[in-house]
Design a protein around this ligand. Structure first.
Ligand code: FAD
Ligand code: SF4
Length: 523
């Protein structure tokens, strides 16, 4: 059995054979929640609903991943002796109607999906078809809703920030903690040691690539025939079974973890994976519990002297801190968060987010990575794709739709806080300022600028990097909301200088030119 380690979850009493776990497609863990308590031989419901996959132009590999992983899980459960009722159909409603026609006396027991209102919605559907449903805590996170809510209600003691939450999670779970309750190594957060750029001769560590069987290959072809997808079908290299996901985690710990820390924020155009974990698609599907990843990382750090603390703490911060924080922030700020737009951004998402057809080497490189695999790493997401969209003034909801459709690890609960809040400063629920930068940051942390048609050091005039003029224009445009932010004081002193020297006029002209170039498909 696995489950949250911060907070407690009650037993689900699955001894009555008419209490049947309903396993959603993102809950594919044999040891979590009601399924983990159901004895082999018991009935299990899985519904493969296709209508959701027609709602957006999802990445081919995302649909392959979800449907192949579900069918693999069904087969594994059957091999273990479970009586799996697997219903492939258009809608959940139809699947539920078919189930309750066959088993009218059953009560389905479902772990609450983290998506907004999914519990009540599923309850309505079940009631509609005359069935019975119990919705229970989702055991696939490291903390419970209740534990977080109790912590969040004490914000008079600890302001509602990720850093406070993360330290609290470390203390409560004991991860990377000394016997005295202090952080191993003396510091809670080594973010400053995660920002190196690798030397030219650095080779990224090997990646684990699963061997896929016929079932997965067939699903991949079926997806192409059945749905309107975006992105490449191949190379499909994401784990679709628990054992593949475990191999990915083992391989990350033994081979990639040592170099994860220093180069966490670096981008190299030829190295899409760098030393990242590549575990989010597996964890978000339930193939791995986040706690399994956290403990494996901590154990490797304790036993392998080649793993530096900035690597171990770097991943723990993401998994125990950011991932949990984002899930709870989403819960607390929906439904407003989905449409939040505190900066009043109204531009449409430029077409090159879909086509990759832009002269900006950083943006086209990142879009190409996403098209190839449904993946780009965190800094590509934040400091290239979301940064550009924020500077351009894209309506946050549109960028969220794009991320949701195009990434293999994307679900509404995780894209919405990451894109709308962290990426675009749409709400203000936890971000204290926008994550925006000019070419300066991208040049420091990547090799994109060397191969770009634009000049990274030029702000105005022909050939100047779009990020530069857009950056100053963004600050000037949003002055009313941002100037009073004490974290932006220095930036606004530069804006004042540019206004006094007349540079701001030239910047605005450059931005107008950039918008014309974009309209003509020539940016
Ligand atoms: P690593 O960099 O190796 O990190 C380890 C793990 O930590 C990840 O596997 C992931 O499970 C977790 N993690 C790290 N940061 C976050 C975070 N901010 N939120 C949630 N989990 C985190 N993550 C998703 O899982 N799905 C998304 O759709 C998604 N969209 C994003 C969009 C934007 C604009 C931004 C800025 C971030 C987004 N993230 C998303 C968070 C993060 O970028 C990815 O989790 C990470 O890049 C996944 O790759 P990895 O497994 O190689 O991660
Ligand atoms: Fe991106 Fe500007 Fe660098 Fe080109 S010069 S890669 S557009 S930051």
């Amino acid at each position: 059995m696995v489950g949250p380690v911060v907070g407690t979850t009650p037993d689900h009493d699955m001894t009555d054979e008419q209490r049947v776990p309903w396993v959603l497609g993102t809950q594919l863990h044999p040891g979590a929640g009601p399924l983990g308590e159901t004895p082999a031989g018991g009935r299990v419901l899985m519904i493969e609903a296709h209508a959701f996959a027609r709602r957006r132009p999802y990445h081919h590999q995302k649909l392959t991943l979800v449907f192949a992983a579900m069918r693999q899980f069904r087969d594994e459960l059957r091999e273990q002796g479970y009586d799996v009722e697997y219903i492939a159909t258009e809608t959940f409603r139809d699947g539920l109607a078919r189930y309750f026609e066959r088993y009218p006396g059953d009560t389905l027991v479902m772990m609450r999906s983290p998506s907004y209102r999914s519990g009540p919605r599923m309850a309505e559907l079940v009631a509609d078809v005359g069935g019975d449903l119990a919705v229970v805590e989702n055991g696939l996170f490291a903390s419970t809703r209740r534990a977080f809510d109790e912590w969040a209600n004490r914000t008079d003691l600890q302001p509602f920030t990720h850093e406070n939450f993360y330290r609290w999670m470390r203390r409560e779970s004991g991860v990377l903690l000394t016997d005295e309750g202090t952080p191993v190594g003396g510091e809670w957060n080594l973010d400053d040691e995660n920002q190196e750029f690798p030397p030219a001769d650095w080779e990224p560590p090997d990646r684990y690539v699963p061997d896929h069987d016929d079932l997965t290959a067939d699903v991949s072809d079926w997806v192409g025939a059945e749905f309107d997808t975006w992105g490449q079908q191949e190379p499909f290299e994401w784990p679709v079974t628990r054992s593949q996901a475990q191999s990915m985690l083992d391989h990350f710990c033994t081979t990639r973890l040592p170099e994860f820390g220093p180069y966490q924020d670096a981008m190299r155009s030829e190295e899409w994976a760098m030393a990242h974990a590549l575990l989010s698609p597996s964890i978000n599907l339930g193939l791995l519990h986040p706690w399994e990843a956290i403990t494996a990382i901590e154990e490797t750090f304790e036993s392998d002297p080649d793993v530096p603390l900035n690597s171990a703490e770097g991943v723990v911060r993401q998994l125990l801190g950011w991932r949990e924080f984002m899930r709870h922030v989403y819960r607390h700020s929906m439904p407003e968060l989905a449409t939040a737009n505190q900066l009043g951004a109204t531009q449409d998402l430029p077409d090159f987010y879909w086509s990759g057809d832009t002269e900006m080497a950083c943006v086209s490189g990142c879009v190409d990575d996403v098209r190839a695999r449904g993946y780009a790493h965190h800094i590509q997401r934040l400091m290239v794709l979301a940064n550009f969209a924020t500077l351009w003034g894209v309506e946050p909801e549109q960028l969220n739709e794009w991320f949701h459709a195009t990434y293999v690890d994307a679900y509404h609960w995780v894209t919405t806080p990451n894109v709308i809040e962290m990426g675009q400063y749409g709400h203000g629920v936890f971000a204290t300022k926008p994550y925006v930068s000019s070419a300066n940051y991208i040049d420091r942390m990547s090799d994109y600028c060397g191969d770009c048609k634009y000049y990274k050091t030029k702000t105005t005039g022909e050939g100047a990097c779009p990020f530069n003029a857009l950056y100053w224009d963004f600050l000037a445009r949003n002055e009313d909301q941002l100037r009073s932010n004490h974290r932006m004081g220095l930036m606004y002193s530069h804006v004042d200088n540019k206004r006094e020297s007349g540079d701001l006029e030239a910047i605005r002209e450059r931005v107008a030119d950039l918008r014309e170039l974009a309209a003509d498909g020539e940016l």
